[in-house]
Unconditional design. Structure first.
Length: 533
């Protein structure tokens, strides 16, 4: 599977085509696991302007696991609230104050800044983006992929890679090269967007002020003092259309534009690739799916594709992951991305319903506490999960479901001091937790001693014993001082939990089910071959 003998010294086992947020995140995930990667992009330099601005709560958690959250927060603007207006009146609103995440709010930051920060980290890890290098074509066989590229420095060349990942956007040349279908629809409506500062606009910068009735106008806070304004229009005008200004004046009559950028116009799409993997070529991000921009999930979904794929592909390249593990990327992410595409279609149907009934239903829904909670949770993406994945097992947990992302838990005390669950999970490999609940310390030690030989067959799995009430005195032991981790997992008796490198629970069982544990790990990793990720 790994194909280590198919490429020459100095070449990389993985080629990633496209140095946007998805490609950069994937390249970072591979490098931090010791996998060399060649990252190319057809543009001569990083883009200076792009559409995406919102980083959702789940994506911030991913960035935190890479040690990048603080860098992004320093450059961004927190968004705590979304409001909906019509003819100057506020009709509905929701906020994120009850979100179960270390990062309760969305972060507004331009995609160009996101690319800059991810590129910075990629370079710190020893990577280099090859700009002005265009993907031309490929030919793959059972052992690898011959990739032809055209660059300014070298002209047309062909190199060998074990794996290729297309993160080259909606018009993906990689997707076209492998003959993958891109099913869905193109929306006829024309969108526009521009950045500007607003004068005489006293409204809160941590709030989205949406006007969804025709003509739709969405002012989003961007950075320290600018706003990104999306709008729907019938004609692509060189300047800001007067109906957009009329909408803004409905909220603030004296509002003005300061240093507005020329509007950019685009059409939206709703599409999903037929498969995310054909042979040794995989797709991620906009190359694999396109969703309506009304909900702002596109870039975030791509980053989460990369986070799901990175540890799996690294394990396979290193000869440690199974073929089934890599195949689960398509099974998991295509299902979730399909949900996102479908949700975008539904939201778009509300705002394009000429009768107004769709928006009326939305505002009625948001008038209830349940509706506001559902809307806020859907925005965060932390509820997206993989319950039907072949890489998760049905479990006994009464708390976090198997196949779901595991939320954080504070108050974990070890010999070296206090920490949190997400800090413990930030290493590149999987984690196995033995939660002792109220069992006697000697009983928990005996359980751990029986489990350890099973894990010895899979190097670099972090094995932690967590007790409730008994002080942690040895390496690899923790005290759940406030009982928050036991509560999150719904555990009142000794329990064994496997947490994947991407932070999702994949197994929850009794400590004595050692054969089940070995079978589960063996489905993902080859025993006795070194670190999993």
């Amino acid at each position: 599977m790994a194909g280590e003998d198919t490429f020459q010294t100095g070449e990389s086992p993985v080629m990633v085509v496209g140095a946007g947020p998805t490609g950069l995140l994937l390249a970072i995930e591979l490098l931090r696991r010791g996998v060399a990667v060649r990252l190319i992009d057809r543009l001569p330099k990083p883009v200076e302007w792009s559409q995406a601005i919102f980083i959702k709560q789940r994506t911030i958690e991913i960035l935190a696991s890479l040690g990048l959250a603080e860098r992004f927060i320093a450059e961004g603007q927190w968004v705590r609230r979304v409001t909906f207006h019509s003819e100057g009146r506020q009709l509905a609103a929701y906020e994120f104050k009850n979100i179960d995440s270390p990062f309760q709010n969305m972060l507004s930051i331009s995609e160009s800044d996101t690319i800059h920060l991810l590129t910075e980290r990629f370079i710190e890890l020893g990577g280099r983006v090859e700009y002005a290098t265009e993907f031309v074509g490929l030919a793959q066989d059972a052992d690898g992929v011959d990739v032809t590229v055209r660059s300014t420095d070298e002209g047309v060349t062909t190199r060998r890679a074990a794996w290729v990942v297309g993160t080259d956007g909606y018009h993906s040349a990689v997707r076209e090269a492998i003959g993958d279908d891109f099913d869905g629809r193109n929306y006829p409506e024309l969108w526009g967007v521009f950045d500007t500062r607003l004068t005489e606009w006293p409204r809160a910068r941590d709030t989205v002020h949406a006007q969804l009735d025709t003509p739709l106008v969405l002012p989003f806070p961007l950075g320290a003092d600018r706003w990104r304004i999306y709008f729907r229009t019938d004609v692509a005008e060189p300047g800001v259309p007067e109906p957009v200004m009329a909408r803004l004046r409905a909220l603030e009559p004296d509002v003005g534009l300061a240093d507005p950028q020329p509007p950019q116009y685009f059409h939206s799409h709703s599409k999903l690739a037929r498969t995310f993997q054909i042979g040794r070529v995989l797709l991620a991000g906009d190359a694999a799916h396109a969703s309506n921009p009304i909900q702002g999930h596109g870039m975030n979904a791509g980053i989460q594709d990369a986070h799901n794929l990175g540890w799996k592909l690294a394990a396979v390249v290193n000869g440690r992951g199974t073929e089934a593990l890599l195949a689960s990327y398509d099974a998991e992410r295509r299902a979730v991305d399909g949900e996102i595409v479908h949700a975008g279609d539904e939201a778009y149907a509300w705002i394009t319903d000429a009768t107004g009934e769709g928006l009326a239903e939305l505002y009625t829904f948001l008038s209830t506490s349940e509706g506001r909670a559902v809307a806020a949770m859907a925005e965060t993406e932390i509820g997206l999960c993989y319950p039907q994945s072949p890489m998760v097992c049905e479990g006994m947990s009464e708390g976090t479901a198997v196949g779901a992302r595991l939320g954080d838990a504070a108050g974990l005390l070890g010999p070296e001091g206090a920490t949190s669950l997400h800090q413990l999970l930030a290493h590149p490999g999987p984690t196995v937790l033995l939660l002792g609940a109220d069992a006697a310390p000697e009983t928990v030690r005996e359980m751990a001693a029986a489990i350890a030989p099973v894990l010895d067959g899979f190097d670099d799995i972090a094995f932690l014993t967590v007790t409730r009430g008994a002080p942690a005195i040895a390496s690899g032991t923790l005290e759940d001082s406030e009982g928050l981790l036991h509560k999150r997992l719904g555990v009142d008796a000794p329990t064994l939990v496997v947490i994947r490198p991407d932070g999702f629970v994949s197994l929850c069982c009794a400590p004595g089910e050692l054969e089940r544990l070995a079978t589960h790990l063996g489905r993902m990793y080859r025993a006795g071959t070194g670190q999993p990720g």
